[in-house]
Design a protein around this ligand. Structure first.
Ligand code: GLN
Length: 284
């Protein structure tokens, strides 16, 4: 079978469950991974004959896609802020909203001369910590997570990206103080309430780690409250705290952070127009 017939067959099968644009993008992610052909070069290799092994890989991927497995887990990787990250079902797939948060932090610290000490809480794949380590020259970056399995992936991603970070396995809810002070504390903790499950797609619900996603309906800010309390103690003067947040809880978040004693709190929307990020400035 050649690439053209493979493509036509693949798309015909996949569009039973996905729209055509999404189906096409899956096909090109797979040609890139399996055939090492980018979207732009596939067109000039349509008559290339596939080996049995290549066909087998496409078939396996198709079965997984039809079973709602996210493409990022199928190919074991995704791009985030210009770098490649290994991902599997032990970590959340990095989202574009989180790239916006990272971009905010980097832009805020461009040209800062001092060596910054940074802490990412609930690091997962390490996408935030590693992107900051790569883009804030000389920064000392610490990446904390409760999950040992996730931290293995964080370390693997740091190595693959030549980024030097320090991984810490810890349950943030058990910590009353941090062992040092930081210039930047950032977190994208679990924030989806159980009541919001009905809004979520099957591929997220059935594949991504619940540990990284969900909080109880009656205590949805549990992680933010703890992290804000830690920031009161362990953020340096003029340091900043950044959060990715639940789009429905922007006002509650602002209030909670102010009640804990911070008065400079900025709420920002993501590209989709949802309240998604918060920056807290510690006064001098
Ligand atoms: N933004 C993610 C989602 O909607 C949730 C991330 C999180 O809980 N920190 O699936």
């Amino acid at each position: 079978m050649d690439v053209k017939s493979l493509r036509d067959q693949f798309l015909a099968d996949i569009i039973k469950q996905y729209d055509i644009e999404e189906a096409r993008s899956f096909f090109y992610i797979l040609t890139n991974k399996i055939l090492k052909l980018s979207r732009a070069t596939v067109a000039i290799h349509l008559d290339r004959i596939l080996t049995a092994k290549e066909l087998f890989h496409f078939d396996q991927a198709k079965i997984k896609l039809l079973a709602q497995e996210p493409i990022q887990y199928i190919v074991d990787e995704t791009e985030f802020y210009g770098s490649l990250f290994y991902v599997d079902s032990n970590v959340l797939i990095p989202r574009p909203e989180t790239e916006e948060l990272v971009d905010w932090i980097i832009k805020d610290h461009l040209g800062v001369k001092e060596k910054l000490r940074v802490l990412d809480i609930g690091t997962g794949s390490g996408c935030i910590a590693i992107s900051l380590a790569k883009n804030l020259p000389g920064a000392d970056v610490y990446a904390l997570d409760i999950s040992a399995e996730a931290l293995k992936i964080t370390q693997k991603n740091a190595d693959n990206n030549n980024a030097k970070i320090t991984c810490l396995q810890q349950d943030i809810l058990q910590l009353n103080t941090l062992s040092m002070d930081f210039d930047i504390i950032v977190s994208n903790p679990p924030y989806v309430r159980v009541l919001e499950k009905q809004e979520m797609k099957a591929n997220v619900l059935e594949n991504e780690p619940s540990l990284a996603l969900f909080v109880s309906d009656d205590d949805p800010l549990v992680f933010y409250e703890r992290i804000t309390a830690l920031a009161i103690k362990n953020l340096k003067r003029s340091g900043n705290l950044y959060f990715e947040i639940n789009q429905y809880l922007g006002e509650e978040m602002m209030q909670m952070i102010k009640n804990k004693g911070f008065d400079q709190v900025i709420l920002r929307k993501d590209i989709f127009g949802n309240d998604r990020m918060i920056k807290v400035e510690k006064s001098k």
